[in-house]
Design a protein around this ligand. Sequence first.
Ligand code: SIN
Length: 336
Amino acid sequence: MPPSTPAPALPRVRVLATGGTIAGAQTGGSRGYQAAAFSIEALIGAVPQLATLAQLEVEQVAAIGSQDMNEAVWLKLAARAQAALAEPDIAAVVITHGTDTMEETGYFLNLVVHSAKPVVLVGAMRPATEISADGPMNLYNAVAVAVHPAARGRGVLVVANDEIHFAREVSKTNTTQVGTFKATHRGLAGLVHAGRLHLYAPPVRRHTTESEFSVGPATVLPRVDIVYAYAGMGRELIDAAVRAGAKGLVIAGVGDGNLNTVALAATAAAARAGVAVVRSSRTGGGVVERNLEISDDELGFIAADELNPQKARVLLMLGLTRTADPAALQEMFFTY
Ligand code: SIN
């Protein structure tokens, strides 16, 4: 008999856990639940089919609801992901995360992690103890995406509800439904059904290996605040952000990133004082272009292009680690 060929070893995947509803537990039959109640070992233990996809190694980086996500955890996550991806035998990183701020964490990592290996964020809308919890299938699909060779080089991805999203494009659009994630501009990265992938066109904006941004645990991210515009708004919140030390301001403007006369005057004063001002939009879609109703050239503003306010804040924070020049920052918004 010919010698039997040993089965090839399954790829090694590092799972970085941060908490969220995917690890959430209801208490006493109530509809309420506590996020981040289960350990990552418990989540993986609930999906034995994962053992057919990969050898998983786990690290609990945080145990929080993602409303408590912050820059310190981002820096730690980026460092842990980068360290894992630098290990030759690690094929990919999967990050479990709450859905509320997943789009911000994903975009941050998309800009600062330098590797072509897949980085996949996954969460769930229903806690692990709820009827028809979505976490187990989302986790299975996330690992299936992470180990697929074609997922390499596509930037950071988000997997949920049988969909694969680019971290740059995805946004949470619904408070409770499992189909909350939508790609607002450039469409889906692909579909994944019970572990089978259908990948679409790769991303067009720069990311990961081509990104100019890098961070270490000692990086200090400059303060950037978001101010939401509304009919009849005053200047007080803009002035307060500047007084609080903001180095950047993102305006969640009405329509095409607009502001009323009073707020515009306050924002222009902030820009003259050296605060980087980005005009984004509260509409949830569309491009904010330069110099339509507001003269960005004259006022020294930056147009957010396709980024929603929370993602514009991420890029502005990283941009400000390199330059405060509005023209150079504008170029970053056209590039990333
Ligand atoms: C969270 O973001 O941690 C809570 C909501 C969720 O994960 O769906």
